[in-house]
Write a protein that binds this ligand. Structure first.
Ligand SMILES: [Zn+2]
Length: 183
């Protein structure tokens, strides 16, 4: 499943093998503009958006982590999400689509704060319309990317095939080192 909030939560890149330099895409104007466009959000870029997005990213990650550890998320993290949800008031507009009518939110002002509100809304949609216990962080300790586990058994542990294969190989090697060589 794809979601704007997942793109933002996974906006720092450390590779998945370890040893690669960390890149925070929230400081890259081009990445932010591309992602904003990809999700159809009209919010002119400003470098002011970076720090609040980083704060929102941390809160969203902590909420997911809490669910993964079967803990209650901290109120202060929920408050951060609520703050950004309330950052920009919006009205709604009735729009006709081929599949029917939809209500589209329209910001009262077009500026970068709308992006923050949309990221928070995307996260809230995940928690309320989907199963929050399926929101997970990849168990590859180097990676840690968030994903929505759509497997029937709800037992997916990795964000991607790449992480799954890497960890399988590592487990196999660790197992082999533990087993004494016969003969
Ligand atoms: Zn991963």
């Amino acid at each position: 499943m794809e979601a704007l909030c997942l793109d933002m939560i996974n906006s720092d890149w450390r590779g998945y093998r370890g040893g690669e330099p960390e890149q925070d895409r929230l400081v890259e104007r081009e990445w932010l503009e591309q992602t904003t466009r990809r999700w159809g959000i009209v919010a002119p870029h400003s470098s002011d958006v970076t720090r609040p997005l980083q704060e929102l990213r941390t809160a969203m990650r902590r909420i997911i982590q809490a669910h993964n550890e079967e803990q209650e998320p901290a109120n202060q993290d929920l408050e951060v999400v609520n703050c950004y949800l309330a950052l920009m008031p919006a009205t709604e507009r009735l729009v006709r689509r081929s599949a029917g009518y939809v209500l589209e939110p329209v910001p009262l002002q077009q500026d970068w704060r709308w992006l923050l509100r949309e990221v928070a809304t995307s996260f809230v949609d995940m928690l309320t319309y989907y199963d929050p216990t399926r929101l997970k962080r990849c168990q590859n300790p180097v990676c840690g990317w968030a994903y929505y586990d759509e497997s029937r058994q709800k037992n997916r542990c990795w964000c991607s095939e790449a992480c799954s294969n890497l960890m399988r190989v590592r487990r196999f090697r660790a197992q082999r080192q533990k087993t004494p060589v016969q003969g």
